[in-house]
Design a protein around this ligand. Structure first.
Ligand SMILES: *Cc1c(COP(=O)(O)O)cnc(C)c1O
Length: 384
């Protein structure tokens, strides 16, 4: 057998019931950005997160994770000229909404254990920005590749200086930090259901609020900020950010297989751990201790150039590509992006080193034994 079809990094994986919910939407003519699937998906997510949360959360389903971040920052009163702290090592969607509001992102380095916000660099930045006369309006903390950040350390700094945390949990639905689900830790949190995430609605996201009032405000802003009146009356600028009832139907089906997807993603991580067990030049992003539980959305490795006889992550990426297997360098830090070149940065070169040496490997919950065999063969060739 010589099936050489493309193996993707992370592709949509349907559970089977998605079309039932979508069909129901058609049968009842709820083909709109509201309806029973939207509220059903919201309560599925609330039940899932509240099962382990120390505090009840309220979900507003939105058209994307980016839209959720935008609304979160608006509700935290971020205005033109403000500064917002953001993890540098992340997808651009964590930082773009700061720019939408005319505010300035202040980028922070990663720490080497979780690859997320470095508490030391964070504190230095907060102190320095305050000394310069401007207290940051919010801190955007990310759980990269599903790995929870060192949240207690971040929380301590945030509380001391009284700065709210926006928790970007786009990659970390199902991850757990000290017994609490990621997505419930921030003052406001966000989730993403883009096509490549652990569950998908084709495109979609959610804002996770601590109060019903905040959820209602998010929905108000997401539906063009209509005041209570029979005619169209507005006293605030609104947005068109609600999730479609069709997409929410996909989400309801996906919620039925979320735990299964997490188990399968973690199995992929284990698969790579075994392959690289003897390779001294290759390390995986793994939980530093049992208090952190990652959904292992993507398995990421580092290739140490000092130990690998000159072999780089780019060599491995190209070798995989030759075999029609997708892999991808880690997120390029935001402080190295041309579009953010004028933004302040605090920290050392941890994020930069991760970017230089890191690679994300195919991690989908739908990879077949044959796919895994093809991947293993290439990786073993690279190691030897
Ligand atoms: C995917 C992602 C987002 C944005 O979510 P969308 O639904 O694609 O808008 C934000 N932050 C991170 C870290 C992400 O990976």
């Amino acid at each position: 057998m010589s099936d050489n079809s493309k193996i993707w990094l992370s592709s949509p994986h349907m559970g089977g019931f998605e079309q039932t919910f979508v069909q129901e939407a058609f049968d009842t003519n709820w083909v709109a950005p509201l309806g029973p699937n939207v509220s059903g998906f919201e309560s599925d997510l609330e039940n899932y997160l509240n099962a382990v949360a120390s505090q009840e959360v309220h979900i507003a389903a939105l058209s994307s994770g980016t839209a959720a971040l935008h609304l979160a920052l608006i509700m935290l009163d971020v205005k033109p000229g403000d500064e917002v702290i953001c993890q540098s090592m992340t997808f651009s969607a964590s930082a773009n909404p700061i720019a939408y509001l005319g505010a300035k992102p202040i980028f922070i380095d990663s720490e080497p254990e979780t690859w997320n916000l470095c508490p030391n660099a964070l504190e230095e930045a907060v102190k320095n920005r305050i000394a310069k006369g401007k207290k940051p309006k919010a801190i955007v903390a990310v759980h990269l590749y599903g790995m929870p950040c060192k949240f207690d350390e971040v929380r301590k700094i945030a509380d001391y200086y009284q700065i709210p945390i926006v928790e970007d949990s786009a990659e970390a639905l199902g991850s757990i930090y000290k017994g609490r689900k990621c997505g419930t830790l921030g003052d406001i949190s966000i989730l993403s259901f883009n096509g490549n995430k652990i569950i998908t609605t084709s495109g979609g996201g959610a804002l996770v609020a601590k109060t019903k009032q905040t959820k209602d405000k998010a929905i108000f802003l997401a539906t063009q900020a209509r005041d209570h009146a029979a005619h169209y009356q507005h006293s605030e600028i609104g947005y068109n950010y609600r999730l479609s009832n069709i997409c929410a139907g996909i989400g309801r089906g996906q919620m039925m297989v979320l735990d299964q997807h997490i188990a399968l993603r973690r199995e992929m991580h284990r698969f790579y751990e075994l392959i690289f067990a003897a390779a001294k030049d290759i390390t995986l992003l793994r939980e530093p201790n049992t208090e952190l539980f990652s959904n292992h959305w993507l398995t990421a490795i580092l290739i140490d150039p000092k130990k690998s006889n000159g072999k780089s992550r780019e060599d491995l990426r190209l070798l995989l590509e030759q075999h029609n297997i997708e892999s991808r360098p880690l997120w390029k830090p935001m402080h190295l992006q041309p579009v953010f070149s004028d933004c302040p940065y605090y920290g050392g070169n941890v994020a930069e080193q991760l970017f230089e040496n890191g690679l994300c490997l195919p991690s989908g919950s739908n990879l077949t034994p044959a796919d895994k065999q093809r991947i293993q063969t290439v990786l073993e060739k690279f190691i030897s």
